[in-house]
Design a protein around this ligand. Structure first.
Ligand SMILES: C[S@@+](CC[C@H](N)C(=O)[O-])C[C@H]1O[C@@H](n2cnc3c(N)ncnc32)[C@H](O)[C@@H]1O
Length: 212
């Protein structure tokens, strides 16, 4: 495959190392061809290939859904009649038949939105690809990671049906002590899976579990 080269003027700049890697990334190229909004789409495709939850999911929530790569996959692989709602801090370019709210998932109104969209019925699948912005301080970042997962667990506890699937991004070192206890209180069949599309140097992995 032809590699994209940056010109001389750019070569010495550190920031262009990221750009260089991005432009030559297999999944970035593939997403352009397949019409996906992000390379993250392939992570969900690969997680679903292993655990096969999308085909039986009729009520789906996606936390941290922008720019919408996972939502596109959900639309393709879940039943035609499935109802899907996404939330993010940043806007989402419209996707047909998907309800979106631009809100922080920590806002309490998220429960009203979920309840009203699904007419108070529990959901089959809760997805979260949320990651905190890096502060540069390891301790602060760790607390942010833990707080995101705690919030995902709260939403799973209230909204996910018994045996419903949870797929959530988690970071190595994020699941320790109290958090593991909280997970075990809410979830069963806890597994961790790192899809091929997740960069090997990234500490991210995915938690795949069923609601107790
Ligand atoms: C890696 S991106 C998700 C990519 C998405 N899965 C896709 O395939 O296009 C993570 C997203 O989580 C969102 N996010 C992080 N914290 C959030 C929060 N507290 N509430 C809502 N969204 C949040 C970010 O704004 C960002 O858009």
């Amino acid at each position: 495959m032809k590699r994209i080269k940056l010109n001389k003027k750019h070569k010495n700049k550190d920031s262009n190392r990221w750009l260089n890697r991005h432009l030559n990334d297999e999944y970035v190229r593939k997403s352009k061809i397949d019409g996906y909004r992000s390379r993250s789409s392939y992570k969900l495709i690969q997680i679903n290939e292993k655990y096969d939850f999308l085909k039986n999911s009729f009520k789906i929530v996606d936390l941290g859904c922008s720019p919408g790569g996972w939502l596109q996959v959900v639309r393709e692989l879940s039943p035609r009649s499935s109802k899907v709602i996404g939330f993010d801090l940043i806007s989402l370019k419209e996707i047909p038949d998907i309800k979106f709210y631009k809100i922080d998932v920590n806002e309490s109104e998220i429960f009203e939105k979920i309840d009203s969209f699904f007419e108070k019925k529990k959901i089959d699948l809760l997805l979260s690809d949320m990651s905190p912005n890096s502060s540069g301080n390891k301790k602060v970042d760790h607390l942010r990671i833990v707080s995101i997962i705690e919030r995902v667990l709260e939403i799973a506890e209230k909204s996910l049906k018994k045996n419903g699937f949870l797929v959530a991004k988690i970071f190595q070192g994020g699941a320790q002590g109290d958090l593991i206890l909280k997970m075990k209180k809410t979830l069963d069949s806890i597994q961790y899976f790192k899809p091929k599309a997740s960069r090997s140097e990234s500490p991210e992995t995915y938690l795949v579990a069923r609601k107790k």
